[in-house]
Write a protein that binds this ligand. Structure first.
Ligand code: ATP
Length: 363
C-alpha cells in the first residue's frame, strides 16, 4: 500500500477551473472520501489521480513516485466504478481473472488470487455465474474483487454504491468499510452523499466549485465546519444558518434580527462575533441543539412552524425565522402543527458563528 499526495492540483477546461489548487495527502492505509455536490470537481480529481485525464498543473505522487506523466496502467492503482464495468459474457471467475491474465501471471497464481478475493468478499459460491445472474450488490462485490486481485497500492472508487437501492447501499457501506479495515487499504472514494463520507471515511475532503473547502476527520468537520458551505453540506437535516447583525454596547454583544428580536451572546461567542470583518454575523445551529417551546420562555425567540415530519423516533420541524428555514428535531410526543406559533431556544455552547462577509467560521 502507499500514500497519495496531491500538490496544487489544477485541471482547467478552456478557461474553466474544474479543480483549483487542491493539495492534500492520503496516508498509507487511510480511507479518504472526496465529497461535495454535483460539479464540485471530485470525479475530475479522482480521474487525475488515476491518470484518466491529464493534469493542467500541480503534482501527484503515489507511493514515492511522481506519477504526473505515467499511464494509468503504470500507476499501481485499481478503480471501482459506479457502473461496475463488468464483462457481461464472462463468468465472475473470469471477470476476476482477466486483469491478471492480461499481466501474464502464471495460471496457478491467478487461481490463488481469484479464490482469495472471492473468499474475502464472500462470493466463492458465485464464481461460475455471469454478471446478469447477480444482484446489484453482488455485481458491486465482483467489481471490488476485480480491483482486489490486482493488489494495487491504492484503490480509487467513484460512487461505487450509487446504483444500489437504499437498503443495499447501507449494507455495502459496511462491507466496503470492513474491506478497508481487513486489508488496511489506501482508498480514495468519491461520493456526493455526505452520510457515506461521514460513516465510512477516516478523513473527508469536502469540495465545492473546484476548491477544497475542508479536509479533516468526519467528527472534526461536523463539530468545527470551516465555513458556511461545509456547515450546510455536512449533517442531515442541514445546519440552519440565520443572518443577523451584531452590536456591542457596554461590553455586551447582541445579535439582532431585522424583525427586532435579539440574542445576547455569552462567552466565547461574544468574543468570536467581535472578531468578524463587519457587523454581519450568521448564526449556525444544528437541529439537535435548538429547543422548541410551545409557549414563550425567557431567551427563546418567536418563530412559526412551517412543516412537520414525523419519522417515528423523532419529529423534524421546519420553522421560519428571519427569512431562514430552521430545522429542529423534537420528541414525537410533542405535537406541533404547521403555522403554529412556537419559540426557539438556541444552545449557546453548541452554536456556530460565521462571518457574514467571508462566510468563514469565527473562532
Ligand atoms: P458529479 O457528482 O455530478 O459527477 P463532480 O463533483 O464529480 O460531479 P466533475 O465531474 O469533477 O464534478 O466536474 C467538475 C466540473 O468540471 C463540472 O462543472 C463539469 O461540468 C466540468 N467538466 C468535467 N469534465 C469536463 C470536460 N471534459 N469538459 C468540460 N468541462 C468538464
Amino acid at each position: 500500500m502507499a500514500h497519495v499526495v496531491l500538490k496544487d492540483l489544477v485541471k482547467t477546461y478552456g478557461g474553466f477551473k474544474a479543480v483549483n489548487e487542491v493539495s492534500l495527502t492520503v496516508n498509507d492505509g487511510e480511507f479518504v472520501a472526496l465529497v461535495g455536490p454535483s460539479g464540485c470537481g471530485k470525479t475530475t480529481t479522482l480521474n487525475l489521480i488515476a491518470g484518466l485525464i491529464p493534469i493542467t498543473s500541480g503534482d501527484i505522487v503515489i507511493g514515492d513516485q511522481l506519477v504526473n506523466d505515467l499511464d494509468p496502467k503504470d500507476r499501481d492503482i485499481a478503480m471501482v466504478f459506479q457502473n461496475y464495468a463488468l464483462y457481461p459474457q464472462k463468468s465472475v471467475y473470469m471477470n476476476l481473472a482477466f486483469p491478471l491474465q492480461m499481466r501474464k501471471l502464471p495460471k496457478a497464481e491467478i487461481d490463488k488470487k481469484v479464490r482469495e478475493a472471492a473468499r474475502v468478499l464472500d462470493m466463492t459460491q458465485l464464481l461460475e455465474r455471469k454478471p446478469r445472474e447477480l444482484s446489484g450488490g453482488q455485481q458491486q462485490r465482483v467489481a471490488l474483487g476485480r480491483a482486489l486481485v490486482r493488489d494495487p497500492a491504492v484503490f480509487l472508487m467513484d460512487e461505487p454504491l450509487s446504483n444500489l437501492d437504499a437498503k443495499l447501499r447501507v449494507q455495502m457501506r459496511s462491507e466496503i468499510k470492513r474491506f478497508h479495515q481487513d486489508l488496511k487499504a489506501t482508498i480514495v472514494y468519491v461520493t456526493h452523499d455526505q452520510l457515506e463520507a461521514v460513516t465510512m471515511a477516516d478523513r473527508m475532503a469536502v469540495m465545492n466549485g473546484g476548491y477544497l473547502q475542508q479536509y479533516d476527520s468526519p467528527a472534526q468537520v461536523f463539530a468545527h465546519p470551516a465555513n458556511m458551505f461545509v456547515a450546510s453540506f455536512v449533517g442531515s437535516p442541514a445546519m440552519s444558518l440565520i443572518p443577523l447583525e451584531a452590536s456591542t454596547a457596554n461590553g455586551d454583544t447582541v445579535l439582532k434580527s431585522a424583525e427586532g428580536w435579539s440574542l445576547e451572546l455569552s462567552q466565547p461567542n461574544a468574543r468570536k462575533a467581535q472578531g468578524a470583518s463587519s457587523r454581519k454575523i450568521v448564526l449556525g445551529a444544528r437541529h439537535s441543539t435548538i429547543r422548541l417551546h410551545k409557549s414563550a420562555v425567557p431567551g427563546a425567540i418567536p418563530a412559526k412552524a412551517y412543516t412537520v415530519e414525523p419519522t417515528g423516533d423523532v419529529t423534524f420541524v421546519q420553522a421560519l425565522l428571519s427569512g431562514a428555514i430552521v430545522n429542529i428535531s423534537v420528541s414525537p410526543n410533542i405535537a406541533v402543527k404547521p403555522d403554529e406559533q412556537i419559540w426557539l431556544e438556541f444552545d449557546q455552547e453548541r452554536m456556530h458563528l460565521f462571518d457574514g462577509e467571508t462566510e468563514m467560521a469565527l473562532e
